[in-house]
Design a protein around this ligand. Structure first.
Ligand code: NAD
Length: 255
């Protein structure tokens, strides 16, 4: 049974990844700063849980070594740990907050990829899926968050080229607006508007966490053995549809 580690596995898209991968026969190791949440998910899917803050690179290295010693060699890694942010203008975004989002989303993805990826490289086998975002591909008013997601696309490509000769594949998934607890909190507070998000999306709906998880499961599987360095958007067609707002009223349901 292949082992996969999922950061941010206690909630939302990471949690869906844990459930889908377990259902597909993976032995899942749930890694999250939320210890109770990680334990609860692991207990439900017959996996294991470790408490981990991806912002702490020493802890990441310690946990990677511990997982390999206690559970076995990790073949797959999903980097889903991340924090969302608010659409404020730059003058209202404290640089400490900018740094915090970079530290968790971008640096966290990199150091976790290194801790597990270097072990995969030594064994010449493994696959990593990073969670980027549609915000990596368009301008949005999320000055730290979107930059971290574009950086994650770059990290994905660079590590794919770096480790390809060693048989380790690195890809990313870019979820669109996905009904996770994090996005739901933004909808509930009025900071995001469900109708506006749906209208800008070709399929006219929000994404479900499982929909990203299925793309991740494919990229981790041997069915994707020839695929590395790519990004799969799971966005309901937001990337292709949102520019249609430049042509108002040409379709009945546009704003
Ligand atoms: N929900 C969306 O619309 C959306 C869209 C695009 C990308 N994403 C990305 O998907 C990923 C998951 O987001 P989500 O919406 O499911 O959020 P979520 O808050 O529901 O889940 C995120 C999980 O990451 C964990 N986490 C946060 N900081 C951590 C840290 N320092 N170390 C370890 N774990 C940590 C949280 O405890 C939580 O369990 C994030 O990378 C996010 O940027 C989400």
């Amino acid at each position: 049974m292949r082992i996969v580690a999922v950061t941010g596995g206690a909630s939302g898209i990471g949690r869906a990844a844990c459930e889908v991968l377990a259902a597909k026969g993976w032995k899942v190791v749930v890694l999250d700063v939320n210890a109770e949440g990680a334990k609860e998910v692991a207990a439900r899917i017959g996996g294991d849980a470790y408490t981990l803050d991806v912002g702490d690179e020493k802890a990441v290295e310690t946990v990677a070594a511990q997982v390999e010693k206690e559970i076995g060699p990790v073949f797959g890694l999903v980097n889903s740990a991340g924090i969302l942010s608010s659409p404020v203008p730059p003058e209202e975004l404290p640089i400490a907050e900018w740094d915090r989002v970079v530290h968790i989303n971008q640096r966290g993805t990199y150091v976790t990829s290194l801790a597990f990826g270097l072990r995969m490289k030594a064994r010449r086998a493994g696959a990593i899926v990073n969670i980027a975002s549609i915000t990596a591909w368009r301008s949005v008013p999320l000055h730290s968050y979107a930059a971290t997601k574009a950086a994650i696309v770059s990290i994905t490509r660079n590590l794919a080229a770096e480790w390809g000769p060693s048989g380790v594949r690195v890809n990313s998934v870019s979820p669109g607006f996905t009904r996770s607890p994090a996005l739901q909190a933004k909808l509930d507070s009025g900071e995001r508007d469900a109708l506006a998000l749906k209208r800008a999306t070709a399929l006219r709906r929000l994404m479900e966490p499982e929909e990203s998880a299925y793309a991740m499961a494919f990229l981790l599987s041997d069915e994707a053995a020839g695929i590395t360095g790519i990004d799969i958007p799971v966005d309901g067609g937001w990337l292709v549809a949102q520019s249609w707002a430049s042509y108002p009223r040409v379709r009945g349901d546009w704003p």
